[in-house]
Design a protein around this ligand. Sequence first.
Ligand SMILES: [Zn+2]
Length: 328
Amino acid sequence: MFEKIQGHQTITDHLEKEIQSSEVSHAYLFSGIDGIGKKKTAREFAKALLCQDQHDKGCGHCPVCTQIDHENYPDVKIIGPKAGEASIKISQVREMISELSIKPYSGNWRINIIDGAERMTPEAQNSLLKSLEEPLSYNIFILITSHPQTILPTIRSRCQSYHFQPLSIVDMEAIILREAEFDRITVAEAIRASGGSPGMALYLLNNSEIQKERTHYLRELYSLLKGDEIKVFTLAEALSKDKATSQEILEFFIHWFYEINLLLEGHPLPDHGEPNPAHRAYHQLLQNEKNQAIIKTLFEMMATIQYNVNLRLQWEKCFIKIMKIQKG
Ligand SMILES: [Zn+2]
């Protein structure tokens, strides 16, 4: 079981024990930064529960495992935001709920995976809550999220939580070099910028433009924090062109200010990475309380942009707030 999962040993050991002792929960919350292996672990967990090979549970080649890998096994349902959409719609959750009472097609379990669970609208979360409160014996829910704090506490409390920690450099290298060939210096840089997420590191390796884009926005935001008010509007305009970019840059900003938070509190960066010049510049500019208020503001923005809002207006509000925080 779980041979395909690199790192996260404590979590996979726990899950394996639960399967072997038949003490599987009805609801799980897998949290941790994007691209770290949460969905992959959920899929391997489903395979281990439903695999037809009695001696090698989660074998990876029986018809069930193969279908789960291709996301077309009827007893494993996966939902997430649809392409181009920022949120999981209530209709998607309702459809999932409507199938909960159907007995599993072959095995003992129906596994319902919600990927990007923080992107469920509050209505969608509320409609899910009832199913979590009165679970049918054969249903298992796995909620996957990079922002567990935006999930309703009433939902969180019904789930067994597993928090996925950033991976070590060794694990990251193993995963990346299995996927493609890159030179070691480029890999090291991508690992550093990814904050322990192999998915993000691969994304950066395959999209050097994204790294440039991030650096650009970081520089613009720095000018704003230093008092250049025009940036409120130029940044908001640039970021409002497309929802996916907004989301991506927003998550990057949150990650960034968390790192600054670590530095301000005298902690090392994840994986003992060295602060780069941008880290040092932000570190000098910001104070701890202000930095935390900025993180809070960015999280509010995260909650807001899940809806069909005027992105430009929301970004303007967000940047004005950040500017006020910095001016104190
Ligand atoms: Zn199998």
